[in-house]
Design a protein around this ligand. Structure first.
Ligand code: IPE
Ligand code: MG
Length: 231
């Protein structure tokens, strides 16, 4: 969810106003995703590296999280959203931790859509914590065993990863799970990323051919006609 700060700066507002608007954008996108039959949405809200931002921005982001949870969770619960927070909780304050825990407990049995909020998350952290868990259990480290103890073990790998804000990198997001994800980069700043922008991304995704290492013919033999020409 990149671009909140620039959205605010363009309007001569403090960066934190952009983060608040980012919450509104997230609410809209979750509803739009439910309507379009998406079963899992995973958002990157706060990275392990975001601690190095100015202290007032970091504390502002923590406050927005707690405030937004207090204001929105019962509505999300009614709409069937299962909330999960992905990331290390060790460095989070007691207030933040109890907010995350309360939201997870309340929504744990909802099945309409899973909303994973990556908070104090990093893809490298996830792989390392998974390997450490296996080592502690004295279990062999394999692709299958790691997949079982990674923080998103409750979800399939993402089909589509959308990055907003014009940057073209993953920035430590879902490194393991992104192996075969289709990547989509949007110039839109996150607060401007609306239903129309989502539909554009889904349209483009629908036209991608996902081969998972196979040849085009193996994946869709019908796209070649008898004359051998590619149609
Ligand atoms: C949101 O966008 C990402 C968060 C850490 C919440 P940014 O804060 O990175 O916004 P820009 O990139 O400065 O515009
Ligand atoms: Mg940014």
């Amino acid at each position: 969810m990149d671009g909140n700060g620039r959205w605010a700066t363009k309007r001569h507002l403090p960066r934190i106003a952009g983060h608040k608007q980012g919450v509104e954008s997230l609410k809209r996108l979750v509803r739009a995703s439910v309507q379009r039959g998406v079963s899992v949405v995973t958002v990157f809200a706060f990275s392990s590296e975001n601690w190095s931002r100015p202290a007032d921005e970091v504390s502002g982001l923590m406050d927005i999280l707690v405030f937004a949870l207090g204001r929105e969770v019962s509505q999300l619960h009614q709409e069937g959203v299962q909330l999960r927070f992905i990331g290390s909780r060790e460095a989070l304050s007691e207030k933040v931790r109890s907010g995350l825990h309360g939201a997870e407990v309340l929504t744990a049995t909802n099945t309409r859509i899973v909303l994973n909020v990556c908070f104090n998350y990093g893809g490298r952290w996830d792989v390392a914590q998974a390997a450490a868990r296996l080592a502690a259990l004295q279990e062999p480290i394999t692709e299958a065993s790691l997949t079982r103890v990674l923080s998103l073990a409750h979800c399939p790998d993402p089909d589509l990863i959308i990055r907003t804000g014009g940057e073209k990198r993953l920035s430590n997001f879902l490194l393991w799970q992104a192996a075969y994800a289709e990547l989509y980069f949007s110039e839109a700043l996150w607060p401007d990323f609306d239903e129309v922008a989502l539909d554009e991304a889904l349209q483009e995704y629908a036209h991608r051919q996902r081969r998972f290492g196979k040849t085009p013919d193996q994946v869709s033999p019908s796209h070649q006609s008898a004359d051998g020409a590619d149609h």
